[in-house]
Structures are given as C-alpha cells and as structure tokens.
Design a protein around this ligand. Structure first.
Ligand SMILES: [Zn+2]
Length: 211
C-alpha cells in the first residue's frame, strides 16, 4: 500500500499515480511505476495532483526542490490513454481483442473486460451494459482512439480476453483513466467527441431504442 501525498489515503500502488523527480527537478509521471529512484504517489484524480503541487507535497516527498512543466495535470490522461492504446494493441495482435457490438456480445462468455468509448452513444452503451451483464465494463478513450487500435475510423466497444499480466495492466490503466476523466467532469480531449453523441453521454434520451 502507498498513500497519496495530497489526501493521505492509502491504496495499492497500481491504483495510484507514481511520480518521480528528474535530475532537473521536474516531477514526471511514471505511468508503469518502474522508474528508478524515490516515488511519490497521488490518487488518479486531478484534484489530488493540484493539491499536492500547491501544498508543496512533492518537494516534501522527494526532500528536494521540484519544478512542474506546463500541463503537468492536464497531460496525465493522454499518458494513460497511450498506455491503454498500447495495451489494447497488444491484445489485438495476440488475437485477444474484438470490437463492435455484435462481435463483442458474441464473445462475451470469453471476455475479461469490456471497454466503452467515452463518447459512444448512450443507447449503445445501455444496450451493451444490459446484454453483457456481469462483465467488468470500463470507460475508455474516444471512439477515434479505440478505432485507431483496429485500423478503423471509430470503434465504440472493445472486448478483451485474458492475456495475463498485460490484461491486469490494461485494467489498472483503464480504471485510473476512468477515475481521472470522471473527476474532470468531461470526456478528455484528444478524440474530439461528435456533437450527436456529446449530450447523449451525460443525459441519455429515453425514446431512442427501438427493437
Ligand atoms: Zn489523494
């Protein structure tokens, strides 16, 4: 267990963000948690990062002066997103990832987890959640980003089959990304959400599903 330098809550390190201090004093995210040297942890929440910076908690944790790059907080989701893309691509190459509603539902009994695009349509989301009940569902990056993994323009849902440690890492990255995005209150920039779906994400409309 490690504790957040801002709020002092403790959690397993894989659920937190680890930071290291570079030789120049710059505090940098160590997304895989493997860089040498002393680490300082925060919750995967922008609020804790900001508070840690404002109250000097990083300098205290590293026992040395620290500096912060512009976008220190804002860049975190894109780093996590890159890791998610890498993890999904790894599963795809191993034949352990499927995409698209029908294929995902068909493969549901073999899946370890499901990833829904953060800008996916509300009715797709509801449909999948209903039919794949019991599966671990994560909110992932935007459709364009998920699409990139499979060489498609846009992918709204991805199913992942177990690939050992790679799946565990992917799960951790998805859950940290989900926490971070949820607390910023909006889909994270990078895959510009389509207008048609933008409001659907937050406020599902009732009359959309017809079967
Ligand atoms: Zn915290």
């Amino acid at each position: 267990m490690r504790s957040c330098v801002a709020c002092r809550q403790s959690a397993p390190p894989r659920g937190l963000l680890r930071f290291v201090r570079g030789l120049d004093g710059a505090v940098a995210l160590d997304v895989r948690g493997r860089l040498d040297g002393r680490g300082a942890y925060t919750c995967a929440q922008p609020g804790c990062l900001r508070r840690a910076r404002e109250k000097g908690a990083f300098g205290h944790a590293f026992a040395a002066p620290v500096v912060f790059d512009d976008g220190f907080v804002e860049r975190v989701p894109s780093v996590l997103r890159d890791e998610i893309v890498r993890g999904l691509a790894l599963h795809r190459r191993a034949g352990r990832a499927v995409y698209g509603r029908d294929r995902v539902l068909e493969a549901a009994p073999q899946l370890s987890l499901l990833v829904l695009a953060e800008d996916g349509a509300a009715n797709t989301r509801r449909d999948i959640l209903e039919k794949a009940a019991g599966l671990a569902v994560h909110q992932g990056p935007a459709k364009a980003t998920l699409g990139h993994v499979f060489g498609r323009e846009a992918v709204a849902v991805v199913g992942v089959m177990d690939l050992g440690g790679a799946t565990a890492r992917l799960r951790d990255d998805l859950s940290r990304y989900g926490h971070f995005s949820a607390s910023t209150g909006a889909p994270v920039a990078g895959g510009a959400p389509c207008d048609e779906n933008k409001e659907g994400v937050e406020a599902p409309k009732e009359s959309v599903v017809t079967q």
